[in-house]
Design a protein around this ligand. Structure first.
Ligand code: ADP
Ligand code: MG
Length: 422
C-alpha cells in the first residue's frame, strides 16, 4: 500500500463496518436501497420483487439485536412533482419490512422533518422509523446539505447499506455521511464489494465472462477494464449481432449498432492476439417481428436470414456455452442471452444461469451483475445456487469499470495515520 493516503484506497479499505460500533441505545441512521418494482395503482400498489428488501434484512436484524434506535431511508423511482407522491410512496415497503422483521415500521411522511428527534428517545424495542422516499425532497439528488443537516442533527452513527445507490453522489449517500464521524457500511455493501472484488483482484483462472444484453455500447467500459484478466469471452443477447455483423455475417433484421462495428472487430482481434478466446453464437432462435413474433424458429447456423431477427441464442450455442462455463473457475455474467422476459426467448439466459449454479456448486465462483441479468437469474430458479448476484445494477458495473463510488468514498476515514486493517 502506498503512503499517499486516500488516493490509493480501494475496496473496503478505510471503511468501518457496522460491527465496529457499539450500537446500544445509539441513534443509527441506515441508508438502504429499497427501490423495488411495483405494480398496480396508487392506494393499491403491490411489490413485484422484494429482493432488495430481503437483502437489507441481515443489517437491520443485527442493528435491532444490538439495541440500536433505527431510522431507515431509501429512494424509490424518480418522483418529479408532488403529484407523483402517491405512486412513489414507501408505504408498501414499510409494510413488507415490518412483516420480514416482525416489528412496527413507522413511516415519517416528510423526509426533511425532524420528527425522528422527538420519536427516537421514546422508541420501543420492536419499533423502527422509516423516512418517506428521500427523493420527495428535491435536495436529495442535488446532494444538498439541507436534508443532510436535518438528518445529521438526530444521528449518532451513519450506516450505508444501499449498494445499488452508491454510484450516485446524492445527499443521503454522500453529503450526509461526511457530516458524521461514526460512519460505516452494512453487511450488504460488504458482501457486494467482497464478491465483486474477487473478480478484480486475482480471480481464480480460467476466468470467463458471459456478455449479453441490449447494447455493446453499455458494456464497453466494463470490457475494457476487465479485458486483461479475462481468458474467455462468451457473447450473446442483442450485442452478439453487432459482433456477427462485424465478422461479415448476415444478421437479418436483428438489432445492430452500426457505430460499434469497428469496436467489435477490433475487440475480437485484441482478444485473439493475446491467445484468449471469444465465442459468438453458432445458432439462434429467431422470429419475424420483435413486438408480435409469430414465426418463431431455430436457425441452425451463425448467419440469420434477411427477413428474421435474432431473439435468443440457439440450442447448440446453449450447449457450447454450458460446457465452457463449467470448465472455468470464475465466471462473471452481465447481460441476458435473449429477450428473457418472454418464455419463448428465455432458454439461453436460463441455460447460462443453470451452468453458473453448477459451477458454484462444484467449487467455482459465479457472479451476476446488471439489473436485468439479476432478474433473469431470479426467474431461472437457480439464483440461490450461485456465488453472488449483485443487487447493484448500475452500481456493480460502475464498480467493475474501476470507477470510485461516491457512497463508498464518503465512508472512508482518511485522517487516521495508520494503515487500515481491512
Ligand atoms: P443488464 O441490466 O443485466 O446490464 P442490459 O440492460 O444490457 O442487461 O440488457 C437487458 C435487455 O436486453 C433485456 O431487456 C433483454 O430483453 C434485451 N435483449 C437481450 N437479447 C436481446 C435480443 N436478441 N434482441 C433484443 N433485445 C435483447
Ligand atoms: Mg438493464
Amino acid at each position: 500500500m502506498s503512503a499517499g493516503f486516500g488516493k490509493s484506497f480501494s475496496g473496503l479499505q478505510g471503511i468501518k463496518s457496522i460491527e465496529d460500533f457499539d450500537l446500544k441505545d445509539q441513534k443509527v441512521f441506515i441508508r438502504l436501497d429499497l427501490n423495488v418494482p411495483m405494480k398496480g395503482e396508487p392506494g393499491n400498489l403491490e411489490i413485484t420483487d422484494d429482493t432488495r428488501i430481503r437483502a437489507a434484512i441481515p443489517t437491520l436484524k443485527y442493528a435491532m439485536e444490538k439495541g440500536a434506535k433505527l431510522v431507515l431511508a431509501s429512494h424509490l423511482g424518480r418522483p418529479e412533482t408532488p403529484e407523483d407522491r402517491p405512486k412513489y410512496t414507501l408505504e408498501p415497503v414499510a409494510a413488507r419490512l415490518g412483516e420480514l422483521l416482525g416489528c412496527e415500521v413507522i413511516l415519517i411522511e416528510e423526509p426533511t422533518s425532524d420528527a425522528p428527534k422527538a420519536l427516537l428517545p421514546v422508541l420501543k424495542p420492536k419499533q423502527i422509523l422509516l423516512l418517506e422516499n428521500v427523493r420527495f425532497e428535491k435536495g436529495e439528488t442535488k446532494n444538498a446539505s439541507e436534508l443532510a443537516n436535518v438528518i445529521a442533527s438526530y444521528t449518532d452513527i451513519y450506516i450505508n447499506d444501499a449498494f445499488g445507490a452508491s454510484h450516485r453522489a446524492h445527499s443521503t449517500i454522500d453529503a450526509l455521511p461526511r457530516l458524521i464521524a461514526k460512519r460505516g457500511c452494512g453487511f450488504l455493501i460488504k458482501k457486494e464489494i467482497e464478491n465483486l472484488g474477487m473478480l478484480m483482484d486475482g480471480p481464480k483462472k480460467p476466468f470467463l465472462t458471459v456478455m449479453g444484453g441490449a447494447k455493446v455500447s453499455d458494456k464497453i467500459k466494463v470490457i475494457e477494464s476487465m479485458m486483461e484478466k479475462i481468458d474467455t469471452f462468451l457473447v450473446g443477447g442483442a450485442m452478439a449481432y453487432t459482433f456477427l455483423a462485424a465478422q461479415g455475417l448476415g444478421v437479418g433484421k436483428s438489432r445492430v449498432e452500426k457505430d460499434k462495428l469497428s469496436f467489435a472487430r477490433d475487440l475480437i482481434k485484441r482478444i485473439e492476439s493475446r491467445g484468449k478466446k471469444i465465442l459468438l453464437p453458432i445458432d439462434h432462435i429467431v422470429a419475424d417481428d420483435f413486438l408480435a413474433p409469430t414465426k418463431i424458429e431455430t436457425v441452425d447456423a451463425p448467419a440469420i436470414p434477411e427477413d428474421r431477427l435474432g431473439l435468443d441464442i440457439g440450442p447448440k450455442t446453449r450447449e457450447l456455452y454450458r460446457k465452457e462455463i463449467e470448465r472455468a473457475k470464475t465466471v462473471f455474467w452481465n447481460g441476458p442471452m435473449g429477450v428473457f422476459e418472454r418464455p419463448e426467448f428465455a432458454k439461453g439466459s436460463f441455460g447460462v444461469a443453470e451452468a453458473l449454479a453448477t459451477l458454484a456448486q462444484n467449487g467455482g465462483v459465479s457472479v451476476v451483475g446488471g439489473g436485468d441479468s439479476a432478474a433473469a437469474a431470479e426467474a431461472s430458479g437457480f439464483a440461490d445456487k450461485m456465488t453472488h448476484i449483485s443487487t447493484g445494477g448500475g452500481a456493480s458495473l460502475e464498480y467493475l469499470e474501476g470507477a470510485k463510488l461516491p457512497g463508498l468514498e464518503a465512508l472512508r476515514i482518511v485522517r487516521e495515520s495508520v494503515a487500515p486493517t481491512f
